[in-house]
Design a protein around this ligand. Structure first.
Ligand code: ARG
Length: 593
C-alpha cells in the first residue's frame, strides 16, 4: 500500500494509527486497527480509534496485564502529527477520539471545486457485470427489473472508479421453451418465413403455446422435435427462433431505453458452439459422471448439488451455458472479475458453478474474483409476491407507465405556484417516476426482500428520491437567487477560499469529504444502500447548515444586500457531490421541478 496515494480520511487514519500502534507495541504480530465514525455527539470527535480494547485482550491472553486506557495513551503518544488531525482525546475505557482539522477539510473542498470530484484511487480491474438477463418470450418481471437497476448502478460505480467494465445481458434465449413456441408459430403463422408475423403480445403467445403443450400430447411431441431441429440448426427453425427473439428484444429494449440502461446482449445462445466443445473437453478429462441418464459434474468435493451438464435427452442446460460462459469470459475476454446479479435463490447455483470451474482449472480464485449479488424478492403491498390483481406478472411497461402517472400527480400537488413548460414538466415527470422506482430499490439493503409501493416511494419526506431530487433542485437554485452564473462560480472557486468557521459549515464539510470513503466501502461490500444513506445525510446536513447560516441576506423589500461567497461555494460543492451520487444511482436531477 506504500505507493498508493492516500486520498480518503479512513485510509489516512488507518495508516497513521497503524504505524503508531506498530510503534507502540512492536511485539504484537498483527494488531487490530479499528477506526470508526464517532456518531452524533460532537464530544466524541469525528472518528474513533477503538484498538485499545482488543489489544488489551490479546495481552491478557498471553498473561500480561495492561489496561485499555494505558494502551490508548501509548498509542496517542506515537501518533505522528498530520494535517488531518486537530487533536486526540482519550475517553473512558480507552477509546481514542479523533478531531479532524478544518484546514484539511478546506483543502479537500477547494480541490473538488478546482479539479472536479475525482474518484479515490484503486487497483483497476477488467470486470464483467452479468445483469438484467431476462428470458425470451417470458415477460421481463420485477425480479429482472431489480437486477437491471442494481446492475446498472454497480457498473456506473465501477466505471467511475476507473475499472474497465463489460456489461453483459445473459438473456435466456436457448431453452427448451423454443420447441413449443416454434411449433405454435408454425400453426398460427404458416407463412412466417415469407411474412414476419405481427406478434405484438409475446406473453399471450407464450401462454397459448404453453396451454397446448400441457394439454395436447401430439403438440408436445412436435415441440420436442422442434427443439432438436433448432439445436441442429435447421434454417427454418433457426428463422422462427430468431423471429421470436427479435420480438422479445424490442420489448426489453423499450424498458432499457426508458430507464437509460446500457447493456450488451450476449445470451445463452451465444455459447452454443462453446457448450459443445466444453462438454467434449470435460468428458475427455473425466469430469463428467453418469447419473440416471444425465451427465453431471461435481466440484473438488462432492457436496451440495452437482451441475447438470447434459440432460438425458442429450440437450444442454442453464448450467452448461454458465460453464461455457465463465470459460469464455476468463479465457477470451480475459476479465479478472465477474459479478453476477440475480435473485438470492440462485446463490447455490453460482457457488457450485465456481467450485466446478475451479476444479476443472477454468477459474483461479488467486487471480480471479467472482461475486454473486443476490437480492431479495420484490413483494406487493400485501407482502405477497408482486402480482397484478388478476394474479399475472406485472408487465414492466405498465409499471413504468403507472410511475409516470403518479409522478405527474405528485408534481401537480407540489407545484401549485410554479409554472413549468411542457418540456420541463416531462423531464421532471420522468426524473421522478424512474428515479423513485430505482431509488426505492437501491436504498434498501439488497439482500432483503422489499415491498414495492408507489405511495411510499413517492413520499416527499424521508429518504426517498422525491425528497432528494427536490432538495437538490433547491440547492442549485441558491446561486441563481444570488444572480451567480456558473461562470461566476468558476471564477470564485479560483480566488475565494471556503471558510468553515461556523459549526454547521464544518459539519457539512466533514460529510462531503467522506465521499471517497463511502465509495470504497460500497465497492468492497457491493451494496448500494450506504450510498443512499450518505446522499440523504448530505441533504439533511445541508438543511441544518442552511437553516443557521445565511448564504444570501436580503432587506425587508427582498433586495439582496449581501452574498456570502464562501457559503455559495460550499453549496456548490454540496451540489457536485450529490450530483455524483445521483449519477451512480441512475437518478437524473432536473434544475426545475
Ligand atoms: N436468465 C436467468 C434468470 O432469469 C438469469 C441469468 C443470470 N446470469 C447467468 N450467467 N446465469 O433467472
Amino acid at each position: 500500500r506504500n505507493n498508493k496515494t492516500m486520498d480518503t480520511v479512513q485510509e489516512i487514519l488507518i495508516d497513521v494509527f497503524g504505524k503508531a500502534i506498530a510503534d507502540a507495541f512492536p511485539d504484537l504480530p498483527d494488531p487490530p486497527i479499528v477506526i470508526a465514525l464517532s456518531g452524533n455527539n460532537p464530544k466524541f470527535g469525528d472518528y474513533q480509534c477503538n484498538s485499545a480494547l482488543p489489544i488489551a485482550n490479546s495481552y491478557k491472553q498471553s498473561g500480561t496485564k495492561i489496561s485499555p486506557p494505558e494502551i490508548a495513551k501509548k498509542i496517542v503518544a506515537k501518533v505522528a502529527s498530520t494535517e488531518l488531525i486537530e487533536k486526540l482525546d482519550i475517553a473512558g475505557p480507552g477509546f481514542i477520539n479523533i478531531f479532524l482539522n478544518r484546514s484539511y477539510g478546506i483543502k479537500k473542498l477547494t480541490a473538488i471545486l478546482r479539479n472536479g470530484l475525482l474518484p479515490p484511487s484503486c487497483t483497476k480491474k477488467r470486470v464483467l457485470v452479468d445483469f438484467s438477463s431476462p428470458n425470451v418470450a417470458k415477460e421481463m418481471h420485477v425480479g429482472h427489473l431489480r437486477s437491471t437497476i442494481i446492475g446498472e448502478s454497480i457498473c456506473r460505480l465501477l466505471e467511475y472508479l476507473g475499472h474497465d467494465v463489460i456489461r453483459i445481458n445473459h438473456v435466456g434465449d436457448w431453452g427448451t421453451q423454443f420447441g413449443m413456441l416454434i411449433a405454435h408459430l408454425q400453426d398460427k403463422f404458416p407463412n412466417y418465413l415469407q411474412n414476419p408475423p405481427p406478434i405484438g403480445d409475446l406473453q399471450a403467445f407464450y401462454k397459448e403455446s404453453k396451454t397446448r403443450f400441457d394439454e395436447d400430447p401430439e403438440f408436445k411431441k412436435r415441440a420436442y422435435i422442434c427443439v432438436v431441429k433448432l439445436q441442429a440448426h435447421e434454417p427454418e427453425y433457426l428463422e422462427g427462433w430468431k423471429l421470436i427473439c427479435d420480438v422479445s428484444r424490442k420489448e426489453f429494449q423499450k424498458v432499457y431505453d426508458r430507464l437509460d440502461i446500457k447493456i450488451i446482449e450476449r445470451g445463452e445462445s451465444f455459447y452454443q458452439k462453446m457448450m459443445e466443445s466444453v462438454v467434449k473437453e470435460l468428458q475427455e478429462k473425466g469430469f463428467l459422471e453418469e447419473d440416471e441418464g444425465r451427465k453431471i459434474m461435481w466440484g473438488k468435493k462432492r457436496v451440495g448439488i452437482p451441475l447438470t451438464i447434459v440432460k438425458s435427452d442429450g440437450g444442454f442446460t442453464y448450467d452448461t451455458s454458465d460453464i461455457a460462459a465463465i470459460k469464455h469470459r476468463l479465457e477470451v475476454d480475459k476479465v479478472e472479475w465477474i459479478i453476477y446479479i440475480t435473485d438470492a435463490g440462485q446463490a447455490t447455483h453460482f457457488e457450485i458453478l465456481w467450485k466446478c470451474a475451479e476444479h476443472v482449472g477454468i477459474l483461479n480464485r488467486k487471480i480471479h474474483r467472482v461475486d454473486h449479488i443476490g437480492f431479495g424478492v420484490v413483494l406487493g403491498e400485501d407482502k405477497k409476491k408482486f402480482k397484478t390483481r388478476s394474479g399475472d406478472t406485472v408487465r414492466l411497461c405498465d409499471l413504468l407507465d403507472e410511475g409516470l402517472k403518479r409522478a405527474l400527480d405528485k408534481l401537480k400537488e407540489k407545484n401549485r405556484h410554479q409554472v413549468l413548460s411542457p418540456e420541463e414538466l416531462k423531464k421532471a415527470q420522468e426524473s421522478i417516476a424512474y428515479g423513485c422506482i430505482k431509488y426505492a430499490d437501491l436504498s434498501h439493503n439488497l439482500n432483503n426482500e422489499y415491498v414495492f409501493s408507489f405511495d411510499k416511494m413517492l413520499e416527499d419526506k424521508g429518504n426517498t428520491a422525491v425528497y432528494l431530487l427536490y432538495a437538490y433542485t433547491r440547492i442549485c437554485s441558491i446561486a441563481r437567487t444570488a444572480n451567480y452564473t456558473p461562470k461566476k462560480i468558476k471564477e470564485l472557486s479560483k480566488t475565494v477560499t471556503i471558510t468553515l468557521d461556523h459549526d454547521k459549515e464544518w459539519k457539512l464539510g466533514k460529510v462531503l469529504i467522506r465521499f471517497p470513503d463511502v465509495l470504497l466501502k460500497i465497492t468492497k461490500e457491493l451494496l448500494l444502500h450506504p450510498l443512499c444513506e450518505y446522499v440523504y445525510e448530505i441533504a439533511t446536513t445541508f438543511t441544518e447548515f442552511y437553516d443557521s447560516c445565511y448564504c444570501i441576506e436580503k432587506d425587508a423589500s427582498g433586495d439582496i444586500i449581501k452574498v456570502n461567497d464562501s457559503r455559495i461555494l460550499l453549496t456548490e460543492v454540496t451540489a457536485i457531490v450529490m450530483a455524483k451520487c445521483f449519477d451512480i444511482l441512475g437518478l437524473k436531477p432536473v434544475s426545475k421541478m
